[in-house]
Design a protein around this ligand. Structure first.
Ligand code: URA
Ligand code: CA
Length: 434
């Protein structure tokens, strides 16, 4: 077999065999296939796509490139969740403790920020002392002891994705359905859980903006999971504006705590309740979604979710007093605000640009080596459809550097449109696929 012939076939939109796909992935991970051949291959896939069998084969080759975490010693149905990536997506910080409080084991590997989107691991690391690097044995022990652990990578899980993602990021091949599906699903399958709930984002802050394409992506991922005998559910949710009010690491931890205390923004709350309910259903704790929603609300009201979050923090070395005293979280030195320059309604927000503005402030990385500033970010005071008056505050900008605050503010100003006409609010939960 030759890489050249496989690239040539995909370039002319022919179907590849599982051994051809495996040859490309294995060869690349071993360093036998160079970056330029893998880049050409990825571009051919991005342009011509892959059918169901090819996408499943690609996922299998990804999974086979590294370790699979064995969770079989933990009793019960292990339920994982994954977001396809968004701006201010604080969901995991809320739903993982809720589901664990319902006695469903959550053994979760999460990621860092990617492109314009934030990552759960970066958010958790804004909690003073919180450790996201844990050995596999300690990870499993913690899930047995308290029912929850959230960590970065464990062992050598899907090295192929790490290498290929870095290439996709610089060759304009991120927004390809088979490449996104295999990247996400290989990591979930290697993570070892029995059931997976996917939160697939749609809108200007998602990796794929078009609703029909996103539905296709969700179906592809559900089918891949079923191919690996996982129980699958996917929820398509809105990302046409940041989820919740906060974007930025410690700001989002604060926001998650508010939701777990029964307050916080209603849109984040609604998405969290829905995702948690789907996880409770997958974990066979409830007989239908309605019961899942009721149980989730009960866990929020009783404070059991908040207690589980505290327990998670202290078991991973963090200062769990932050839950009672939010001032213990890192705080930015300066704040500024963006105000409305006319009366009207918030008509349009380019959500991706808001993610980019938060990265400029330091909440994400522009280059791989960059160090995140946990304290900075943006808090949206107004959301799509909200009424605004001239000079009223639209968002607060938190930063530690005046020039960066100015730069972020310029982007935000260009990104948020106000219209005279009334604008309807987006529907948050668009579709559930199982
Ligand atoms: N998240 C991932 O892990 N991979 C992708 O390709 C896109 C989003
Ligand atoms: Ca948020």
């Amino acid at each position: 077999m030759r890489a050249y012939d496989i690239i040539f076939k995909k370039r002319w939109n022919e179907i590849l065999s599982s051994s051809e796909i495996d040859f490309m992935v294995k060869g690349f991970v071993k360093g036998v296939i160079p970056n330029y051949q893998m880049s050409a291959f990825l571009m051919a896939v991005a342009i011509n796509g892959m059918n169901t069998d090819e996408t499943l084969s690609l996922t299998k080759s990804f999974v086979d490139s590294g370790d699979i975490i064995d969770l079989s010693s933990i009793p019960g149905i292990k339920v994982d969740k994954h977001s396809s990536g968004g701006v201010g997506d604080t969901t995991t910080l809320v739903v993982a403790p809720i589901v664990a409080a319902a006695e469903i084991p959550v053994a979760k590997m999460s990621g860092r920020g990617l492109g314009h989107s934030g990552g759960t691991i970066d958010k958790l690391e804004s909690i003073p002392g919180f450790r996201t690097k844990i050995s596999e044995d300690d990870f499993i022990k913690q899930v047995k002891d308290i029912g929850i652990a959230i960590v970065g990578k464990i062992g050598n899980v899907v090295p192929a994705d790490k290498l290929i993602y870095a290439l996709r990021d610089v060759t304009a091949t991120v927004d390809s359905l088979p490449l996104i599906a295999s990247s996400i699903m290989s990591k979930k399958i290697a993570g070892g859980s029995d059931a997976i709930v996917l939160d697939v984002k749609v809108g200007s802050g998602a990796f794929i903006e078009d609703e029909k394409e996103v539905e296709k992506l969700a179906k592809i991922m559900v089918n891949i999971g079923k191919g690996f005998r996982k129980k699958m559910r996917a929820v398509i949710t809105d990302m046409s504006q940041p989820l919740g009010n906060a974007i930025g690491n410690s700001l989002e931890v604060e926001e998650a705590i508010k939701i777990l205390k029964g307050n916080g923004s209603s849109d984040l709350r609604e998405v969290c309740i829905n995702i948690a309910a789907n996880m409770l259903l997958s974990g066979q704790k409830v007989k239908d979604l309605k019961n899942g929603i009721d149980l989730t609300e009960e866990i929020l009201t009783s404070g059991r979710g908040l207690q589980k979050f505290k327990q998670l923090i202290s078991h991973q070395g963090g200062n769990s007093n932050i839950v009672e005293d939010l001032s213990l979280l890192p705080k930015a030195q300066y704040e500024d605000k963006l105000t409305a320059d006319s009366n009207g309604f918030i008509k349009k927000i380019d959500c991706k640009q808001i993610g980019i503005a938060s990265i400029i402030l330091g909440a994400g990385r522009e280059k791989k080596e960059d160090i995140i500033d946990s304290s900075v970010g943006i808090v949206m005071e107004k959301r799509l459809g909200d009424n605004v008056k001239m000079k009223e505050k639209i968002c607060t900008i938190y930063g530690n550097d005046f020039s960066k605050i100015e730069e972020a503010k310029k982007i935000l100003k260009k990104t948020i449109e106000i219209s005279e006409k009334r604008v309807s609010k987006p529907i948050l939960i668009k579709k559930i696929i199982d």
